[in-house]
Design a protein around this ligand. Sequence first.
Ligand code: MG
Ligand code: MG
Length: 275
Amino acid sequence: MRSEGKKIVFKTDEEVEIVRRNCLLVSKTLTLVASLLKPGVSGKEIDQKAEELIRDHGAIPGFKGLYGFPNTLCISKNEAVVHGIPSDIEFKDGDIVSVDCGTKMDGFYGDAAYTFAIGEVPEETLELLRVTKTALYKGIENAIHGKRIGDIGQAIQDYCEKENGYGIVRELVGHGLGRELHEAPEVPNYGRRGRGVLLKDGLVIAIEPMVNLGKRDIGYDKDGWTVIARDRKPSAHYEHTVCVRRGKADILSDHSGIEAEIKNNPNIHEISLKN
Ligand code: MG
Ligand code: MG
């Protein structure tokens, strides 16, 4: 989602903690998703349980109704990049499924995403997931006071495109986050080191590489929402919300619960970081 032209709003420490509480609820919701995903389950079933969990914690689903999106989760399968609508179609062995979740409570949002691999997924696709997840952390390493937005983008782009030959989606980007889900600045997954908005302490941003196994070009599904890789090859998406700090970013969301749950779920592959 584009946020060009909006003013950047830096967060107080108290506000960062509210965003963190939201992000941890998002992480808890994605952990629930990790426990439920298996062949034969549908996106709609998972979406309903995710919504219940979020509301049970006194929050509201952050995406539902925003820009008219109908559900709690964005569930984007295989060649779908992002913004997939949960459906009655059952997941099957070999699917990769990006699940993106947001919550809102106490006036602020949280946002994170994870791509899951169900059953027998080709090694080529698992490698795409490992590289995309690793690229997220390469971006986060640059989310520090004194660097620029372009440092994040170039780190992700160089790793995915130059080193691994994948396609970085250009039309969709990470974003500032706070009282709005999509705030300034935009956080592209491509760019030039030393260019773009100066990163300062208290800037909260969602970093979310969207990486195609094939070419970077995208299109839209008939539903008008789901972004798909034009060549119909698999696409991966991992996201954390972080706060820019001096020396090291503070990662406000948390994938560790998801990954502990994946270890318990024989239907889902572990996706390790590359070194
Ligand atoms: Mg998201
Ligand atoms: Mg986001």
